[in-house]
Design a binder for this molecule. Structure first.
Ligand code: HEM
Length: 522
């Protein structure tokens, strides 16, 4: 059999070689013909590897993309303000200078208004699909984006945060009870922390948005909580978008061939029903949350004819989905860093318990929570070391000229993607000394706000497209840490095995990974 095959190959050797050339040569030419794109424009570029572009790990999958971005950042940061890169065959730009990052994200916003995420949505003819997802600022552009931002900013305004805090306290009590049930006896108990955090984040967001208990920390008898299940399903669907973006880098016409839904119909239907049930519950119980939640606020608007039923669900659902993974990632990492560093944990507990002694009741008031500096610094240090958004990407919306060195500039064409390497800024030793260590005290010398203004520190992005949920996210994370650290000591254990390196696929922390930590009641 083998000999016959060999004989046939030898017989048709030249024909086979010819056939391979006919098939492979055009593919090779298609994938590499524009690898001199930046050279022609006079911009230095990170040398692309044949076919693989500047980031071989996209195909070899040997490490996370962010490490390759970091290598390029370190190589070019002293030589110019930006460098040409190739995402597979697609020419893109990487910013390696803080002031240029400021220009792209903020002062020259009108030319870089679109994020990569909303340009994908824009390309997919969104009017037919994903009506609910279109209520999110994250996925929209132009006038719809402005309207979405205005609605969500109003619902999550600073003045309403106190209400969210009051609602969130119920989830914190449930979190404590949940942990107390696990930590019976004097021995430390191993708790799967990713699961714990997901349950808490879903509960806290649900009560702040819909004003009802999601049951993720209370109804634990059921095998799977449906609210959590649907939330996870939707966030997984949203991250699968990355695979489509890869394909579109090789074949830009791909979007037209294969439009797909960002969030499945089943998830949409679940949240429509959930919102109706929550409204029913508000009516029956004469508004259990006393009009403090986002749904009640938006319902008022619907009542005066300013919002459709569809938009009502869309805003609530996307507020949950836009922040769920980020909160889970940041909170899991903070607990992990605190568990690893007993000195920081003890110092934080000390600050919390000392301040709590001066409080009138057993819980912090909203005002006191806002004044806990060391707690803020611990969370910011997590977001520096493990930012949930590791690079901000903008699409050039109109051709414009960008100065990339003292005397040189380049024309950036419409549609070009520009990457701001957030992770690399956060790990640059010239900006943060000992960049790989967890040192919350570093913000005692330079306040996080000042670093954010310099665009050296971008945990929540910057400019008109910065994070809309930053205040509520900080509030939810701080409430959870207070609830845990004042009642439990946490430690890493043999089962914790958790590398600080993000997995090959993970955009955020790979939340499918498990993180086991030891909890002990104090
Ligand atoms: C720890 C938690 C969070 C972190 C670290 C975080 C981080 C970020 C970052 C870095 C961006 C900017 C992305 C870019 O410039 O490309 C962003 C945008 C956004 N975030 Fe968050 N986020 C968090 C929580 C939330 C929450 C809870 C919500 C929902 C209420 C939310 C809603 C949004 C929206 C809607 C945008 C897009 C804004 C726009 O394009 O106009 N985020 N977030």
């Amino acid at each position: 059999m083998f000999q016959e095959l060999l004989k046939m190959i030898l017989e048709y050797f030249f024909q086979i070689i010819l056939l391979l050339h006919v098939i492979l040569l055009p593919t090779y030419i298609y994938l590499t013909w524009n690898f001199n794109y930046w050279q022609k424009r006079g911009l230095r570029s990170a040398l692309p590897l044949t076919i693989l572009g500047s980031f071989p790990s996209i195909l070899t999958r040997s490490r996370n993309l962010l490490y390759e971005i970091d290598v390029i950042y370190r190589r070019y940061k002293h030589r110019c303000r930006m460098v040409g890169i190739y995402f597979l065959r697609q020419p893109q730009i990487m910013v390696v200078d803080l002031r240029l990052a400021q220009e792209i994200l903020d002062s020259n916003f009108s030319a870089f208004e679109m994020t990569a995420a909303c340009s994908w949505m824009h390309l997919r003819n969104p009017n037919k699909l994903d009506k609910l997802a279109l209520c999110s600022a994250l996925w929209t552009t132009g006038e719809i984006w402005k309207c979405n931002r205005a609605v969500v900013s109003g619902a999550l305004a600073q003045t309403r945060l106190k209400h969210s805090y009051d609602l969130c306290q119920a989830s914190c009590r449930h979190l404590k009870d949940f942990l107390l049930q696990k930590c019976i006896g004097a021995k430390p108990q191993v708790v799967e922390t990713v699961d714990l955090v997901k349950r808490f984040a879903a509960a806290a967001l649900c009560i702040s948005i819909w004003g009802v208990n999601a049951g993720t920390l209370t109804n634990t008898k059921k095998k799977q909580n449906e609210f959590l299940l649907m939330t996870e399903r939707a966030t997984k669907q949203m991250s699968s978008l990355r695979n489509y973006s890869l394909l579109s880098a090789v074949m830009p016409f791909f979007w037209e061939l294969w439009p797909f839904r960002l969030i499945s119909r089943a998830v949409d239907n679940y949240f429509v029903q959930f919102t109706n049930d929550a409204l029913e519950c508000h009516r029956e119980l004469r508004n259990p949350s006393g009009l403090l939640d986002v749904l009640s606020l938006l319902y008022e608007r619907r009542h005066t004819g300013h919002m459709s039923d569809e938009a009502l669900t869309g805003y609530c659902m996307t507020m949950l989905l836009d922040g769920f993974e980020d909160i889970c990632s940041a909170l899991t990492y903070t607990l992990y860093y605190l568990a690893r560093d007993t000195r920081v944990q003890a110092k934080l507990r000390n600050e919390l318990l000392q301040t709590l002694r001066h409080e009138v009741c057993a819980e912090f008031s909203f005002e006191t929570l806002s004044s806990l500096c060391y707690l803020d610094h611990c969370i910011f240090e997590t977001l520096r070391l493990s930012p949930t958004v590791k690079y901000c990407r903008r699409i050039c919306s109109r051709a414009n000229v960008v100065q990339f060195s003292k005397s040189k500039s380049v024309q950036v064409d419409e549609g070009t993607l520009v990457c701001v390497p957030v992770y690399s800024f956060h790990h640059d030793p010239l900006i943060f000394c000992e960049p790989n260590s967890y040192i919350p005290e570093r913000y005692e010398n330079v306040a996080p706000k000042e670093l954010m203004e310099r665009r050296a520190f971008l945990p929540f992005g910057a400019g008109p497209r910065s994070c809309l949920g930053k205040d509520i996210a900080m509030l939810i994370m701080k409430s959870a840490i207070v609830a845990i650290i004042t009642q439990f000591s946490i430690k890493t254990c043999a089962e914790s095995q958790h590398s600080n390196n993000s997995g090959v696929d993970s955009f955020l922390l790979n939340l499918n990974e498990k993180l086991k930590l030891e909890f002990k009641k104090i």
